[in-house]
Structure formats: structure tokens, C-alpha cells
Design a protein around this ligand. Structure first.
Ligand code: F1P
Length: 348
């Protein structure tokens, strides 16, 4: 049986799905009625991969629009809204529920609770399914139908919904930004990542760490989840420098530490690579226009040839972890299309 065929196809098709998504969204986003000036805060929420998508999306949204933005697990908005939503702010909140299925109970319930609450807000759903409960609950929605997938674990749906939120932020910012190059860059990212994974898996690792700061922290968290879901591996995710404050103590020469490099943190991230190497762990760096020094200091590298804003690069990094999880699973004779203990939709 061809184990992981759906997951493999959906990872590799991402760049073309992004192209379809970007062009379809041109029409969809015109229908959005978001009075940007009326909002004082944006709150992104989801479950699992969709929460991690929100972590990355919220940083991009704040950077581009200047609006205060944060991300929460949907369950927090059900159980502890008072701990996260300040009363009395004169401006409205834009609350963005993210869900591939549009059926995850806590995300649907959080949207309903917010809509019925006393908070002055506008709810927006980002999903892959048009007639889902989440889309029905929200005031407005953007549905990314092209990214619907067979695989239980989220791959193209994650990256395509993240792209969609990039586009919403660009639209609200009011400046023209051409994101169409992301599709072409995606082809480069998928093929370079696949080659790097092939090299990496000549080694023997039993511990995977993903480090990412700013817009890349959510990507690091999603990478961690991909390795857990598809390959049943021990994985961790941290903001880059957080790794030095204790977690590095468990690194060994069977640890693979992946860095999603940023421009802002490039200098100390480079020093951290050397520290990781000195621990005996193997380092992987993904970034754009990497210097010879950075490529030489890292064990493995995926060097993307682009000057794209660092806030948009996260979507180019995630195919690496998706393919790493897929290939490690296959070496363990697991089937990523049938991940243990998981289902496509998680309901309470
Ligand atoms: C997302 C989710 C994923 C999980 C698995 C099942 O649900 O729970 O987080 O990793 O893929 O689906 P959704 O709310 O985005 O549909």
C-alpha cells in the first residue's frame, strides 16, 4: 500500500494551491466589510495547528496593520474570556476564528459566545468549508476551498489559510503588496526542503527541536506538532533564545535543532547555532540569502533566494517540517495518512 500518499501529494501541491488561493482571494476579500478604523484589537483563535497558525498570523497582522493583535487557543476563549478580553475599550475587537473543518467544537463555541457577549466585536471565520458551523456562526468569512485536503494532519490547509490572513492584513494596511511570488518561491522551498530532508535522514535522530521567533514561533510550534502527529517523535518548539534558558540541557548528538532564521534576530541566532553544535546536536537553518558563514556553521541549510519580507517567510518554512515528519514516519513504517489517535475533526 502506498503509505502517506495523500499527505505527500498535499505537501507537494502546496505552491499551486497557494496560487489558486491567492487569486481566488482577490475576489473574496473585496466582499469583506471590515471598517479597519473601528477596530482597536484583533484576536486570532483556533485549535491545534489552527492555533499555531493564529500565533504566526497575529504577529504578521500587527506588524502590517499596527493594530494590537494576539492569538489564543479557542478553549481559552470558552473558559477564561475575562482573562483575555478587556472590557470597556472604546474600539471594537476583530475576532478571527481559524478552522480547516469549521467544525471544531471549541472554535465554533468561542465564536458563538463572543457574538452573543457584551463585547463590541466583529467575528471573521477563516476556514476551508463554506457551509460549516463556524462560517454560519461568524459575521463574515473567507473560505479557502482550494485547500481542502484528504490528510488528517493539516498541510496545505495550514499554509493556505496563513497566506489568506497575510492577504487580509495587506488589504487592511491599504498598501499594494504582491504576494504572488510566494507560489513560485513555494516550489523552490518544497524542492530544497525535500533534498535537505534526504540528507538529514542519513543521520539518526530521536529528538527534534524547532526554534522560531516573531512570525516564525507559530511555524516552530506547527513543526513540532507535525513531527508528533505524523512520526510520533519527541519534539519541542521555542522562541530562539529561549532555548538557552534550560531546554538545551536535554540536547544530545541525536538531537536535530531546526532554526527558522529572521533578519531581526540573525546575529544572536547565528551564535546560538554554534552553541547547539557545541552541544553535539545537529543544526538545520532555513532562511533567505544566507551568508556563507551561516551556511558553513550549520550542519544542514535550506537557503531561499528571496528578499521577501521576513514576516512572510514562515509559509515557506513549514513544508520542511511537513516533509521531515512524512519521511521519518515512512522510515518507521508508519502511515502519515492514518495518524495514531487522530481524526480530521475534533469535537467535544
Ligand atoms: C484542526 C485539527 C488539527 C489537528 C488535526 C485535526 O482542526 O484539530 O489541529 O492537528 O489535524 O484537526 P480545525 O479546527 O482546523 O478543523
Amino acid at each position: 500500500m502506498n503509505k502517506g500518499k495523500d499527505t505527500r501529494r498535499e505537501i507537494r501541491e502546496q505552491p499551486s494551491i497557494w496560487q489558486t488561493t491567492l487569486s481566488n482571494n482577490e475576489k473574496r476579500l473585496k466582499k469583506l466589510n471590515l471598517d479597519f478604523a473601528s477596530f482597536g484589537q484583533a484576536i486570532f483563535f483556533g485549535a491545534g495547528s489552527s492555533y499555531y497558525l493564529g500565533l504566526s498570523a497575529s504577529t504578521v497582522f500587527q506588524k502590517l496593520t499596527g493594530m494590537d493583535a494576539k492569538a489564543l487557543p479557542s478553549s481559552e476563549l470558552i473558559d477564561f474570556p475575562e482573562a483575555h478580553l478587556a472590557e470597556g475599550k472604546e474600539k471594537r475587537k476583530l475576532v478571527v476564528g481559524i478552522s480547516r473543518s469549521g467544525e471544531t467544537t471549541e472554535t465554533v463555541r468561542a465564536t458563538r459566545n463572543l457574538t452573543e457577549s457584551s463585547y463590541s466585536m466583529e467575528s471573521l471565520a477563516v476556514s476551508c468549508y463554506p457551509n460549516s458551523p463556524l462560517v454560519e456562526e461568524a459575521n463574515q468569512s473567507v473560505v479557502v476551498e482550494a485547500a481542502q485536503e484528504e490528510s488528517v494532519v493539516m498541510t496545505q490547509s495550514f499554509s493556505s489559510m496563513l497566506l489568506t490572513i497575510y492577504q487580509i492584513a495587506v488589504k487592511l494596511q491599504g498598501e499594494e503588496k504582491d504576494l504572488s511570488q510566494l507560489s513560485e518561491l513555494g516550489e523552490e522551498a518544497v524542492s530544497k526542503s525535500r533534498r535537505a530532508v534526504g540528507e538529514i535522514l542519513k543521520g539518526d535522530y530521536d529528538h527534534f527541536v524547532f526554534l522560531g521567533s516573531g512570525p516564525n514561533y507559530g511555524i516552530a510550534c506547527e513543526s513540532m506538532l507535525k513531527m508528533k502527529e505524523t512520526a510520533l517523535e519527541a519534539t519541542e518548539a521555542f522562541h530562539a533564545l529561549e532555548y538557552r534558558h534550560g531546554p538545551k540541557s536535554v540536547a544530545s548528538n541525536h538531537s536535530l535543532v531546526t532554526f527558522y532564521l529572521t533578519n531581526n534576530g540573525r546575529n544572536h541566532e547565528r551564535e546560538l547555532i554554534k552553541e547547539v553544535n557545541d552541544l553535539g546536536a545537529h543544526s538545520v537553518v532555513l532562511g533567505s540569502n544566507l551568508s556563507m558563514e551561516t551556511e558553513e556553521v550549520a550542519r544542514f541549510s535550506v537557503n531561499l533566494d528571496t528578499d521577501l519580507d521576513q514576516y512572510f517567510q514562515g509559509v515557506l518554512f513549514i513544508p520542511f517540517a511537513q516533509q521531515l515528519g512524512l519521511q521519518v514516519a515512512l522510515t518507521k513504517n508508519l502511515d502519515p495518512d492514518e495518524p495514531r489517535n487522530l481524526s480530521q475533526v475534533v469535537r467535544l
